[in-house]
Structure formats: structure tokens, C-alpha cells
Ligand binder design. Structure first.
Ligand code: KMH
Ligand code: ZN
Length: 272
């Protein structure tokens, strides 16, 4: 089985310091959290930027600062969000792609998102994919509902993204696909055989789905964007604490953990 790629989703757009006091929000805090996760065994860091007041931003400058600060500490793969927050415009959301990072997320459909709607029209999915292709950015296809897999496959047919695809099944978002074992199995069976996939279980779905992914040959995403707790009612002390647990489980299950360079090789990313 190929080595396990662990992604640390550090901040997200929705979590606040009030809910999770250890949430990294400034560029320095985000870079330090990325470094701690790298030392713990993460090979990708999924980043959402924040303004000084803590509100989510897709600002090119803030992402640039974060990227440079992370790169000064370690060679973890920098993966900015193009999802942003539900109220960001598509133009705002696309800004971090202009940094030509090694990877970026590409959400492939619209879904309910808590009490909101996460809008991804075909027109804008294609615009995002086209720009990523022009800049040599590997898309991580974000799948919140089963139909989004087919939207991604249509992009392949149109030549806007290239196989083998890398999917992130985001399961357990209120309003979108639940995070049960059956849901994960259905997603895995729905992607082309040559795909790679990771799973981001939301809230209490994080740990069981991560464990399934380790066993089934997938990859794992954990972090405060998806889950702020270590156990029921107990807040995690850091993103790295969540990464460390995945590393321990993988070790028990005899699945080796990938370094960032090994993750690049698995995902077909040329180091920039
Ligand atoms: N914050 C969500 C609305 C991504 O990062 O690409 C979208 C999101 C997906 O988090
Ligand atoms: Zn995100």
C-alpha cells in the first residue's frame, strides 16, 4: 500500500477563537501550526487566511505572507483554499491561485453548508480549473456530494483537469453528504480506479473515517477546520495533536506515513 498522506486543515473559514482558543489565525500562528504539523507527520497543509480581526479573507497578500512564512520553516506542501467563506465572490476566492502554489482546492459543485449555501456554478468551476491548469497547480477535487465526482470527470473530458485525479471527500457537513462508513465506501467506489483520495470527516466523523482511510489505502485530512475536539466535549490543544493521533493509528495498522516529497511523488506534483 502506498504511504499515507496526512493533510492538516489548520484554520478554515468558519471556526472562531471563541470556539477554539488554539485556532491559528495570524500568518505567524498559521506558519507555526503548519511547522508543528509537519514535525508530527503531515505532508500537506490546507490553508485559509484571516484578516487581523480574525475574519476570513482570500487576500493575495495575506496568502503570500503565509506561504513565505511556511516555506521558511519546512517543505510541507502548501495548499490554499479556493473555497474561502460562503460569502466570498469567485474572483476573491481565486486570488491565492495566482501564487502558483503546488496545489489548491477545487470544489466541484454547489451544496448546502450549515445554514448557508456553498455556491460553485459550472461556469466558475471551469474558470478555476482553467487558471489552475495555466499555472501548473494540482487541484484537490473537493467532493461534498456524490454528483460532484461526475462534475470533476466532465472537467477531465473538457481537458480542464488531468487524470489521475486527487479527491477530498468532505463528509459530515450539515446540509451535505453525511459522514458514515457507507457514505465513504460509496464515494470510493464512484471514482476512477487510478484516482487518489483523502477524507475529511467533519466533527465526530473525523476519527472513524480517518481510520477507515488508513485501512483502505486512502489518505487523511484532520485539523480545526473540520473538527475542534480531541474527544467528546474535550477541545484539542493543537492541530498537531490531531495529526499525531493519526500517525499513531497508522503505525498500529502498519501503514507508513509519507514525507512531503513522497506525497509529491504519489500525487504527481513537481516541486516548485
Ligand atoms: N469554507 C467552505 C465554504 C475549500 O477550502 O476549498 C469551503 C471550503 C472548501 O472550506
Ligand atoms: Zn477549506
Amino acid at each position: 500500500m502506498e504511504k499515507l498522506i496526512i493533510t492538516a486543515a489548520l484554520t478554515g473559514a468558519e471556526v472562531t477563537k471563541e470556539k477554539q482558543p488554539y485556532l491559528p489565525v495570524t500568518p505567524d500562528e498559521i506558519a507555526e501550526a503548519a511547522y508543528e504539523c509537519y514535525k508530527a507527520g503531515a505532508s500537506i497543509v490546507h490553508v485559509h487566511a484571516r484578516e487581523k480581526d480574525g475574519s476570513p479573507t482570500q487576500s493575495y497578500e495575506v496568502y503570500k505572507e503565509i506561504k513565505e512564512k511556511i516555506e521558511a520553516k519546512c517543505n510541507i506542501i502548501f495548499q490554499p483554499s479556493t473555497g474561502g467563506a460562503v460569502w466570498h465572490s469567485p474572483e476573491e476566492r481565486l486570488q491565492p491561485v495566482e501564487l502558483a502554489p503546488e496545489m489548491a482546492t477545487l470544489s466541484c459543485g454547489t451544496c448546502n453548508f450549515g445554514g448557508d449555501v456553498f455556491m460553485n456554478s459550472e461556469e466558475y468551476i471551469e474558470k478555476f480549473a482553467k487558471r489552475m491548469k495555466e499555472l501548473g497547480v494540482k487541484p484537490e477535487v473537493e467532493v461534498f456530494e456524490r454528483g460532484m465526482i461526475n462534475n470533476a470527470l466532465r472537467l477531465v473530458k473538457k481537458g480542464l483537469i488531468e487524470s489521475p485525479l486527487h479527491f477530498d471527500f468532505v463528509l459530515g457537513v450539515p446540509g451535505a453528504c453525511p459522514g458514515t462508513p457507507d457514505d465513504l465506501i460509496h464515494m470510493i467506489r464512484s471514482v476512477p480506479m487510478d484516482s487518489t483520495w483523502t477524507v475529511a470527516g467533519i466533527g465526530r466523523a473525523e476519527l472513524p473515517l480517518a481510520t477507515m482511510a488508513i485501512v483502505l489505502g486512502g489518505h487523511v485530512r484532520v485539523g480545526f477546520e473540520d473538527n475542534i475536539y480531541y474527544s467528546k466535549g474535550v477541545l484539542a490543544r493543537s492541530n498537531a495533536q490531531l495529526v499525531e493521533r493519526v500517525v499513531r493509528i497508522a503505525k498500529e495498522l502498519e501503514r507508513e506515513v509519507a514525507t512531503p516529497d513522497e506525497a509529491r511523488e504519489i500525487l504527481g506534483i513537481k516541486k516548485k
